[in-house]
Design a protein around this ligand. Structure first.
Ligand code: ADE
Length: 273
């Protein structure tokens, strides 16, 4: 469907450091037309920064009814995806894209994160295998995929939405796909902290004003205010991120000052009561 055969980097005019081919193995290839409705992924496909090619696993079923599922050995409810069509589909995709990394989307997989997205953006291609029903025959996981990914601790009806999440998060890391090169560098998580609050016009909205410093034109003060706002937000919402994140001497100084202010406030209240 949207496989643009020749990436711009190979054909032409402007040098492109990377091009990403997503091949999606699914029983519902139509779901991926959603990526063409609008937004950055649509633009990235149109401008040939990435291609998304859904392949129907059912096309690889050999029997007359194109059967793709069967009852589980050992009993139990639900159906399991048969190994043969999935294996055929994976081999077909690997033959076309031997450089690609093959990933199975499953709630039992490694948790997808910004760091995983960054690592995946370094591949020339990703083959995303979407499970349905109660899962895929175990022998596929064991022998035909490089890794298994989960997008969170909840169970979806299939891997398709998870594959679209991966496509979206990885696409925006491909150089050139975002309006400005540094937008991805300033993301939440890519500097290990949550993003600072953003404001646009009007200056006053329903009685709430934009912080003065952002109107000051003092870029160094703005940078410092944003760093401090990021730190405070991360402490309050995701302190776990700060346990592994390298902090600057300025960050520590700022946090010590906060700690001192909090101690003073608590001290005031405990002597009062
Ligand atoms: N398939 C079903 N649930 C999923 C999840 N949470 N992540 C990835 N693939 C899935």
């Amino acid at each position: 469907m949207h496989d643009n055969n020749t990436p711009k980097s190979e054909s032409s005019n402007y040098a492109r450091s990377r091009y990403m081919r997503f091949t999606v193995l699914t029983l519902f290839p139509e779901m991926f037309s959603a990526l063409l409705i609008g937004g950055i992924v649509k633009r990235a496909i149109e401008r040939q920064y990435v291609s998304v090619e859904p392949i129907n696993i059912r096309d690889f079923a050999k029997d007359r009814h194109h059967t793709v599922d069967d009852r589980p050995y050992g009993g139990g409810c639900g159906m399991v995806m048969k190994p043969e069509p999935v294996a055929e589909a994976i081999r077909h995709a690997k033959k076309r894209h031997p450089e690609a990394c093959t990933l199975l989307l499953t709630p039992q997989g490694r948790l997808f994160s910004q760091m995983v997205a960054q690592k995946l953006a370094g591949y020339a291609g990703l083959i995303l295998v979407c499970g349905r029903y109660e899962g895929i025959d175990e022998r596929i996981r064991e022998h035909l995929v490089d890794d298994e990914l989960s997008i969170g601790d909840y169970v979806l009806t299939g891997g398709e939405l998870a594959a679209m999440v991966v496509i979206d998060a990885v696409t925006r890391l491909i150089p050139g796909t975002l309006g400005s090169e540094d937008s991805a560098q300033e993301d939440s998580f890519s500097n290990g902290l949550l993003e600072y609050p953003q404001y646009t016009r009007p200056r006053s909205f329903e009685g709430a004003n934009v912080p003065e410093v952002l109107l000051s034109g003092d870029h160094s003060a703005i940078r410092q205010w944003r760093r401090h706002a990021s730190l405070i937000r991360t402490v309050l919402r995701r302190p776990d991120l700060l346990m592994v994140q390298a902090l600057t001497a300025g960050d520590i100084e700022f946090m010590k000052k906060l700690q001192q202010d909090i101690k003073t406030i608590i001290g005031k209240h405990s002597t009062a009561s």
